[in-house]
Design a protein around this ligand. Structure first.
Ligand code: 4NP
Length: 192
């Protein structure tokens, strides 16, 4: 992936740049697409927003062949549902279309994706619990670890669950996810 920088999990890798640790797991081959799975609880609010934001960044930069995206939920309540209309409205107001239908995380996701990007600590813990082994567990990260602005003063890296709140929560989700996706794209962008 050609990524570099201070690691967030402390795992050193021979591909790291001098003096640094890599933030993202190595792919089998540098020409293979990077595969990202965005994960929240219901897969109708936060992770479809992250998928839509990242897809629009990827399209804008002509990276469609290099970065593949999906989203999923740890829960099954909304399987088959379209994204929540409040999330859809917040995204559309910023020029991003949300698409797809909710699905639940599957065991094979841990092998099919390079990074599983959790929206909050609860999603992170659940994904780590579901991961079949250490190699797969290392692919599970908090999306906001990639926000260059980092945690707020409380050290919180969650994208807050907006489902039971008002419309403002969906605006906040969009802003947090956008900053993190821009940071993530810098980490995984193919090097010339
Ligand atoms: P999401 O939001 O995890 O961002 O999709 C939620 C959607 C539905 C529920 C909770 C969170 N729910 O409890 O049904």
């Amino acid at each position: 992936m050609g990524a570099s920088g201070a690691g967030v999990d402390g795992v050193m890798d021979p591909d790291r740049e001098e003096g640094g640790e890599r933030r993202v797991p190595a792919r089998a081959c540098d020409s293979a697409p990077v595969r990202l799975l965005f994960v929240c609880l219901g897969n109708i609010c936060r992770s479809p927003t992250a998928e839509g934001v990242m897809r629009s960044l990827v399209e804008r930069e002509g990276l469609r062949d290099s970065i593949q995206l999906e989203s999923a939920g740890t829960g099954a309540w909304h399987v088959g549902s379209a994204p929540d209309e409040r999330a859809t409205a917040a995204a559309l107001a910023r020029g991003v279309e949300l698409e797809g239908r909710a699905r639940q995380v599957r065991p094979e996701d841990f092998d099919d994706f390079d990074l599983l990007l959790a929206m909050d600590g609860e999603n992170l813990r659940e994904l780590r619990r579901l991961a079949p082994g250490e190699e797969q567990r290392a692919k599970v990260r908090l999306l906001r670890e990639f926000d260059p602005a980092g945690a707020d003063v409380s050290g919180d890296l969650d994208v807050p669950d907006p489902y039971y709140g008002g419309a403002g929560g969906f605006d906040e989700v969009f802003e947090l996810v956008q900053a993190a996706c821009e940071g993530l794209l810098e980490q995984i962008r193919p090097r010339a």
